[in-house]
Design a protein around this ligand. Structure first.
Ligand code: ADP
Ligand code: MG
Length: 670
C-alpha cells in the first residue's frame, strides 16, 4: 500500500510526500494540523489499486471541516473494502506528472519503465523501457526517448531536473536487483520540478522471488564452425531424401575436412566410404549431423557422445514444435548431451554454413556461394538457406547458423561465437523468441561496439494478455520490451526481410558515416528532392560544400544546372561527371555520405568508374529506380561493393540507421 511503499522509498533516499495514517476523524485532523499545509487524503486498502477511480482521493483540503468531511466520504465509499486507514499527506506543489515503474517480462526479467502522464499514462502511452539493471546512459536514453522529452528539457517555464530523475531511475533499478521478490511497481505520479522531484503515489507489488540469472559462460564454439571432420548420420545415396541433400551439399561445396556418411545399407556415398554406425568410424569426429527420425534420435545422440563426438547437430524435425511428446524426447536428448558435456545444435534446424571452410550442412540444396563477411543467425532453417538462392548474387555470407528449437545452444551462444569470428563484420538475426534473456542484452551490447547486429524479430502480435496490477505491467507489452532490449543493446531492429538484408548489404559493403551531411547526385530532380526530404526525416541533412569546392563543382556543371546539393545533372549525367563530383565531396569536411541516383538503362556504364574512386571512408549507396528490371547490372554494381536500392527513402533510411549506430558506438566508447 501507498504508506508502506513510500516508507520503503524514503529509506532509499527517494523524496516522497510521506503520509500519516489516520484511523479516526480526530486523528486525521491532528495529522492535518501537525503538517501545517493543505493536505491530500486517500484510502489505504490492499484491495484498492486505483484509488481515485472510486473516489478514494481528496485533494487540497485546507481546514479541519474539510478534513472531517473527506474522512467520512472516503470511509463511506469504501465501507465494503478492507481499509487499513486513511492517508493524510502534504499536497505536493504542482509539477510535471511522470511515472516510474517496474514490470516482470517473461523473456528479460525485471524491466524499468519511465513515462509521462500520471493518471493519463495508459491513454498517452508515452513511455520507455529498459531491462534492469540499467546504466547511467540507459537512464538518460529512457528519458530522451519519450515524446514528451522536449517538455522536460524546458518549454514555457516548465522543465525537469534530468539529473535527479536519472538518479531516481538508477536507484529503483538497484533496489529491484537487491530485492528479487519485487514483481511490479508503480511510482505514479512522481512530480518533476526544475529542482528535484516528489513522489506522490507509490505501490510495490511482491511476488515469488525471481531466480538469479544464469551465470554467463563464455562460449567457444569454434570447432562447431570449423570442424576437421563431419559424420552425417542418415546420409543417403537416394536423391530426394534429406540425407542425400545434406551430404550432397557437403561434397559439392568441397568441404575442407573429413566426411563420414553413416548408413548401414550403403558402402559408399558420393565416393566417400560409408559406415554402418558412428562407432565404426576409425577417426575422431568433431561434428555429427543427425537426420534420423525423432523417436530414435536420443539413442543416436547417446552413441555419438560415447564415441567422443564434440558437437551434435540435430536437423531432424518432430520435436517440441509438435507438442508434449516431442518435448519429452527433447528433454531426454538434453539430459544425455549434458551428461557427456557435448553441445547440441537444433533440433529442427538446417545446420551451419561456413563459406570460409566450404561447409554447407543445409537441408535444401544450395548453389555455389562466395566467401563473405555477413553472419546470419536464424531460428528458422528456410529463412537462412532458402533465401540464399537469390541473395547470394548480391551479398556474401560468411557464417549462416540455424538454431531451430534451441534445445541447448541458443541464440546468445551462437551470437557470441559468430561475433568472435574474424571473417564476420556484421550479424543478421532472425528470431522468434530469445532464450538467453538478460545475457542476450549484455552480450549484444558488447558485440555491437565492434560489429553491428541487425535483428528481425517476429511474433510481434502474439503478446499474451495477463492479469496485472500495475500501470507499468499493463503497458509492458512483449514487443515493446523486445524493442527496448534491442535499443539497450545497440541492436538495429529491422522491419522486414528486405529491410534486414538491405541493411546487411549496406553495412557489409560500406563504412558507417561519421558526419550527418549527405551529398546527393542525381539525374532526376524529383528523386533528388525526395532524397533530400528523406535524409531530413532520418535525422541527417544536406551537406554544404566549402567555397573552393563549390567553385570546383561549378566548373563541372552545364549552364542549365543550378542546384549544388542535390546536384541534378538531368539526363546528361554520365560516369565521368559523377566520379568528378564524388571526388569533390570526398574532399569536403561536411560530406559524410553519398547518395547517387543512377539511370537503370545505363547502370552498367557506371560500375568500373565508381568502383575505382577512393572514397576515403565515406559510404556511398546507389538509388536506381526500376532496378528490378536491370538485374544483371545491379549484380555487377553490388559485386563492385556499391549497394543498389530502389528508392531514395530506402537509401536515406539505411544511411540514417548507419549514422546513428556510428554515433551511439562512439558515445558508448568515449
Ligand atoms: P491513484 O491510486 O488513483 O493512482 P494517486 O495517489 O496517484 O491515486 O492520486 C491521484 C492523483 O491525485 C495524482 O495523479 C495526483 O495528480 C493527485 N495527488 C495525489 N496525491 C497528491 C499529493 N500529495 N499532492 C498533490 N497531488 C496529489
Ligand atoms: Mg497513482
Amino acid at each position: 500500500m501507498e504508506h508502506e511503499s513510500k516508507a520503503v522509498l524514503e529509506s532509499l533516499d527517494i523524496t516522497t510526500t510521506g503520509t500519516g495514517v489516520a484511523k479516526s476523524e480526530d486523528e486525521a485532523v491532528a495529522i492535518f494540523q501537525s503538517l501545517a499545509s493543505p493536505v491530500a487524503m486517500k484510502v489505504l486498502s490492499p484491495e484498492v489499486v486505483h484509488k481515485s477511480d472510486a473516489g478514494g482521493v481528496k485533494l487540497d483540503l485546507r481546514d479541519a471541516d474539510e478534513v472531517r468531511r473527506a474522512y467520512r466520504e472516503i470511509t463511506q465509499a469504501f465501507r465494503d473494502k478492507k481499509v487499513a486507514g486513511i492517508s493524510v499527506q502534504r499536497m505536493a506543489r504542482p509539477g510535471v506528472e511522470a511515472i516510474v515503474g517496474v514490470a516482470n517480462d517473461a523473456t528479460f526479467g525485471p524491466v524499468l519503465m519511465f513515462g509521462l502522464g500520471g493518471v493519463f499514462v495508459e491513454v498517452l502511452k508515452d513511455v520507455s523501457f529498459r531491462s534492469i539493471p540499467i546504466s547511467r546512459s540507459d537512464a538518460r536514453d529512457m528519458i530522451e526517448e519519450i515524446k514528451g522529452y522536449a517538455l522536460l528539457r524546458g518549454y514555457r517555464g516548465i522543465s525537469a531536473d534530468i539529473e535527479a530523475l536519472e538518479k531516481l531511475l538508477m536507484a529503483i533499478s538497484d533496489f529491484v536487483i537487491k530485492n528479487p521478490d519485487i514483481s511490479e511497481m508503480d511510482i505514479n505520479p512522481v512530480f518533476l520540478y526544475p529542482d528535484g522531484y516528489m513522489v506522490v503515489d507509490a505501490r510495490i507489488i511482491l511476488g515469488e522471488p525471481r531466480a538469479a540469472p544464469a551465470a554467463a559462460i563464455e562460449q567457444d564454439l569454434h570447432d562447431l564452425f570449423y570442424p576437421r571432420s563431419i559424420a552425417v548420420i542418415g546420409a543417403s545415396g537416394t536423391p530426394g531424401k534429406l540425407g542425400w541433400n545434406v551430404f550432397t551439399n557437403l561434397v559439392s561445396h568441397k568441404f575442407k575436412g573429413m566426411l563420414y556418411p553413416i548408413n548401414p545399407k550403403a558402402d559408399e556415398i558420393h565416393g566417400c566410404k560409408a559406415y554402418p554406425c558412428i562407432s565404426a568410424v576409425p577417426e575422431p569426429v568433431d561434428v555429427a549431423i543427425i537426420l534420423v527420425s525423432a523417436g530414435i534420435t536420443p539413442d543416436v545422440v547417446e552413441e555419438c557422445c560415447k564415441c567422443g563426438v564434440r558437437y551434435i547437430v540435430v536437423e531432424s524435425a518432430g520435436f517440441a514444435e509438435l507438442g508434449e511428446e516431442g518435448k519429452k524426447i527433447e528433454l531426454l536428448m538434453k539430459d544425455i548431451a549434458d551428461r557427456y558435456g557435448v553441445r547440441l545444435l537444433g533440433p529442427n534446424c538446417s545446420g551451419i554454413i561456413n563459406t570460409h571452410c566450404s561447409m554447407v550442412q543445409s537441408i535444401g540444396i544450395v548453389d555455389a556461394l562466395s566467401m563473405g563477411n555477413i553472419g546470419l543467425v536464424s531460428q528458422a532453417g528456410v529463412c537462412a538457406a532458402g533465401m540464399l538462392w537469390g541473395l547470394r548474387h548480391i551479398m556474401d555470407f560468411g557464417i549462416i547458423a540455424t538454431i531451430g528449437n534451441k534445445l541447448d545452444i541458443n541464440e546468445t551462444d551462437i551470437l557470441e561465437a559468430v561475433s568472435k569470428d574474424e571473417n564476420i563484420n556484421v550479424i543478421c538475426m532472425y528470431l522468434e523468441s530469445v532464450k538467453g534473456g538478460r545475457r542476450f542484452i549484455d552480450a549484444a551490447r558488447r558485440i555491437t561496439l565492434e560489429k553491428p547486429i541487425v535483428v528481425l524479430k517476429s511474433g510481434r502480435t502474439a503478446a499474451g494478455k495477463k492479469a496485472v496490477a500495475s500501470h507499468t505491467a499493463s503497458l509492458a507489452g512483449n514487443d515493446q520490451i523486445f524493442s527496448a532490449a534491442f535499443r539497450q543493446a545497440g541492436i538495429i531492429r529491422a522491419r522486414d526481410y528486405d529491410h534486414m538484408f538491405n541493411l546487411a548489404r549496406a553495412i557489409s559493403k560500406q563504412p558507417l558515416p561519421t558526419r550527418e551531411g549527405v551529398f546527393i547526385i542525381t539525374y532526376a530532380g524529383s528523386l533528388g528532392v525526395i532524397a533530400a526530404d528523406a535524409i531530413t526525416d532520418n535525422g541527417m541533412r544536406l551537406s554544404e560544400l566549402e567555397p573552393h569546392l563549390l567553385e570546383r563543382l561549378k566548373s563541372l556543371l552545364p549552364d542549365y544546372v543550378c542546384g549544388m546539393n542535390p546536384v541534378d545533372y538531368t539526363f546528361s549525367q554520365d560516369a565521368e561527371t559523377v566520379k568528378r563530383t564524388i571526388e569533390i565531396g570526398v574532399d569536403s569536411q561536411d560530406v559524410g555520405s553519398f547518395i547517387v541516383v543512377l539511370q537503370a538503362e545505363i547502370l552498367d556504364s557506371y560500375v568500373d568508374t565508381l568502383k575505382k574512386i577512393d572514397y576515403k571512408g565515406k559510404p556511398i549507396i546507389a538509388c536506381v529506380a526500376g532496378k528490378e528490371f536491370a538485374q544483371a547490372d545491379v549484380i555487377k554494381m553490388e559485386n563492385a561493393g556499391i549497394p543498389v536500392f530502389g528508392t531514395p527513402e530506402q537509401v536515406a533510411d539505411a544511411l540514417g540507421i548507419m549514422y546513428r549506430h556510428q554515433k551511439r558506438v562512439a558515445k558508448e566508447k568515449s
